[in-house]
Design a protein around this ligand. Structure first.
Ligand code: ADP
Ligand code: MG
Length: 302
């Protein structure tokens, strides 16, 4: 008489075989398993997992954009592989995901503090080309790229102009291009960076401060929009600029204020007016950057 265990095994085997045969009535499934190159005895133990893997492969074939990926793990395809006579499944990164990762790999060379996503993704290829007001700035940036890459001493830009004209975008696009060439860049949204630094006294204050101070290229975004204190002016801005000047580290600024307006802004704190300190900072800003103006329509859609 058949032992209970064997009976169950045989029964299971029949059920496995049956569902495998059912699946094989689908031509796509047959094509799919033919590529795996494994005997039916092995394949039939994994029918439902193979169907799942097949569906993922179909999703990949029909995929137009990684953002609409239908697979369980976005950007990965569940794939079978024969290893030591058994079938093993693993998640393999798809080409679109690989391309995306490669395109974003510059992000390890550039650190953004409190900046929006469109600025983080800014690139020359997506620049608006509909107005000529930015031509001199673009020319400057192209020359900067060339000079910086060939090791020449170069100045950053002090880009002033109206709100939403694209100042931050332009400089972020430049720094992103250079980050692709492995230049270490830091972009700080200045008013928020100050608040953040203050909140980090007991934690990573030095790390953040030095990061901005020592970056190969630094963008101090929206300088002049902060509320000035003796601390922010004399303990943060001043030593950062001093260090960068001594080390010839190009520094970029964007501001709604002209240089004269910035000087005035920096001279006033709640403890009084200090024109000498403000003047000294402005001297450093001028040493570090070339002033240019961007007059353009407001590009913000929010
Ligand atoms: P600003 O710093 O002068 O206030 P932004 O650089 O933040 O202005 O630009 C406003 C918005 O317009 C940004 O969010 C960005 O998406 C878009 N933008 C600005 N300039 C460009 C450009 N040259 N190409 C593409 N998008 C741009
Ligand atoms: Mg800006």
């Amino acid at each position: 008489m058949e032992k209970i265990g064997e009976f169950l095994n045989n029964n299971n085997l029949t059920a496995l075989k049956r569902s495998y045969m059912d699946a094989c009535s689908n031509k796509e499934f047959v094509n799919f398993i033919q590529e795996i190159n494994a005997p039916d005895q092995i394949l039939m133990k994994y029918t439902s997992t193979l169907e799942e893997a097949m569906q993922e492969e179909i999703n990949c074939k029909n995929c137009k954009n990684i953002l609409t990926c239908k697979n369980k793990v976005e950007g990965f395809c569940y794939k079978p592989e024969v290893i030591d006579n058994t079938l093993q499944f693993s998640y393999v990164m798809c080409k679109k995901k690989k391309d995306q990762e490669e395109a974003q790999s510059y992000l390890k060379n550039i650190k953004y503090y409190q900046m929006s996503k469109d600025i983080i993704n800014a690139s020359f290829k997506d620049l608006y080309r509909d107005d000529t007001t930015r031509t001199p700035i673009l020319k400057y940036m192209m020359k900067f790229m060339k000079d910086y890459s060939s090791g020449k001493k170069t100045k950053g830009l002090y880009l002033t102009g109206s709100f939403g004209s694209g100042k931050t975008y332009l400089i972020a696009a430049l720094l992103n291009e250079l980050a692709k060439k492995k230049v270490k860049c830091v972009v700080i949204y200045y008013p928020e960076f100050l608040r953040d630094l203050k909140a980090s006294f007991k934690t990573d204050y030095d790390e953040k401060f030095n990061h901005a101070k020592k970056a190969d290229l630094l963008l101090i975004d929206d300088i002049g929009a902060e509320s000035v204190t003796n601390y922010s002016r004399d303990e943060v801005l001043s030593p950062i600029l001093q260090f960068r000047m001594e080390e010839h580290l190009p520094t970029f600024f964007t501001s709604n204020l002209t240089l004269d307006e910035l000087e005035n802004h920096l001279s006033i704190t709640s403890s009084g007016v200090d024109k000498v300190k403000a003047r000294r900072i402005l001297e450093r800003v001028k040493q570090l950057s070339t002033p240019m103006e961007l007059v353009s329509k407001n590009r913000r859609d929010w």
